[in-house]
Write a protein that binds this ligand. Sequence first.
Ligand SMILES: [Zn+2]
Length: 89
Amino acid sequence: MPFYDYQAPEGVEGCPHCREGFEVRQNMSDERLTRCPECGGEVQRIITGVNVVRSLWRSENLTPERLKRSGFKKLVKDDDGRYVDATPK
Ligand SMILES: [Zn+2]
């Protein structure tokens, strides 16, 4: 089951719990939370970097150009076992 991050949106004071953001384990099919379980204030689901990376790697059309556009570097291991930046310039 994936984790989802929730946080009080900008402008909502919330409580320490939701101001900092919190993780909830949910099924993909579960309804997303709209209220903080602590204070009942408004929260929104935030997309974490991890999820973005995962969806990128799932892509079948993962090309160096797309990596570069997304701000990633392509690292290639050379014969000496060092990683060399092979991102297209
Ligand atoms: Zn709260």
